[in-house]
Ligand binder design. Structure first.
Ligand code: UD1
Length: 309
């Protein structure tokens, strides 16, 4: 039994990680300020974990959170491009300040064996090259992307300055249970599914040829655990986590029609400002370093998501 701190453990991805760790019988502590996370996400196992309500932008909270924890899974953030554009100072605090506090607290605690942190495919920005490879020059185009990239740079800096082992996972488009479809920042999979389950027509921004690499949250959970336990390469690695395949928004609607056995036509509206056209991960580095393999098919994850609704 090892001890794990999950930051942002009441959020969509964090709570899925906490659930897996509890099932596996580990000692789990969650720190979350409940800004975007929700206690309902962890209610089912709240008695099996230690919960700290607090903000990592406060160093005292960070110190308390990391105390005696061996592994740290850092998911806390305000994970939204539009929010970061409206409020770059708050976004920076929630990602950069919080992360530096967490890393510094981990150095001081002396107990931390390794940290894995969530970063984003947003780092690739509008670079049109496909698939996205980790060694491409980053092109952050939003404060959110800049902050997530800064987290990667701090990971490298803390390894070279203090020998703190930190792996950064660049998530592509994550979907799954506990992603709130009502949130204005929710992903397209949740938005489309919740509408189509009610028999409503989903709205596609653009002509539907826009494509994304949709990755199931179970795969994200697996990748995080692999990153904590894999052999240390001697570098603070940045690793893409996606399926390594993409589908268009038109195909996504067709897939839901097929699974739900309905025939709903999407509505079309003009493209969203700032959207990139295509995104697909090269996951060969994840395979090589983590032994990562995505779940059998996109349909597998979509079916599990439908069961959750
Ligand atoms: C996603 C992430 C973001 C990350 C980025 C990295 C989510 C919610 N956001 O953004 O954190 O920085 O990848 O590349 O996972 N769309 C519709 N109709 C809708 C909603 C969305 O057509 O009702 C379209 C969008 O215009 C976009 C595509 O679906 O073209 C995907 O949108 P979204 O799920 O919001 O994710 P990204 O913008 O790719």
């Amino acid at each position: 039994m090892a001890s794990y701190l999950v930051t942002g453990g009441a959020g969509f991805i964090g709570s899925n990680i906490v659930e897996k760790l509890v099932i596996d019988g580990h000692k789990v502590r969650v720190v979350d300020n409940l800004a975007t996370g929700k206690i309902e996400n962890i209610n089912d196992f709240i008695n099996d974990i230690e919960f700290i309500k607090g903000d990592l932008a406060d160093f005292i909270v960070a110190k308390r959170a990391v105390e005696k924890m061996e592994y740290i899974i850092h998911q806390a953030a305000i994970p939204s491009v539009p929010f970061s554009i409206e409020n770059p100072i708050k976004a920076n605090e929630s990602m950069v300040t919080a992360t530096v506090n967490l890393f510094k607290a981990a150095v001081e605690s002396g107990c931390t064996k390794r940290i894995v942190q969530a970063v984003s495919a947003a780092a690739y920005g509008n670079n049109p090259k496909l698939p996205k490879q980790e060694d491409m020059l980053p092109e952050p185009v939003s404060p959110y992307a800049a902050a997530k990239l800064m987290q990667e740079y701090y990971a490298r800096a803390f390894y070279s300055s203090y020998d703190l082992e930190i792996v950064s996972l660049r998530y592509f488009n994550v979907f799954g249970p506990k992603q709130d479809p009502k949130s204005p920042y929710s992903g397209v999979v949740s938005i489309f599914l919740s509408k189509m389950l009610r028999g409503e027509r989903p709205t596609i921004f653009g002509d539907g040829s826009t494509s994304r690499d949709f990755v199931f949250v179970e795969d994200i959970v697996t990748a995080n655990l692999q990153a904590l336990l894999c052999k240390w390469t001697g570098n603070s690695e940045v690793i893409n986590i996606g399926r390594g395949e993409s589908i268009s928004l038109n195909e996504l609607v067709m897939l839901f029609n097929d699974i739900l056995e309905v025939n709903i036509e999407p509505l079309y509206e003009s493209e969203r400002i700032g959207d990139i056209k295509h995104s697909i991960a090269d996951i060969s580095k994840a395979e090589r370093i983590l032994g990562f393999k995505p779940s059998e098919s996109l349909k597998y994850g979509l079916r599990k998501l439908i069961l959750w609704y």
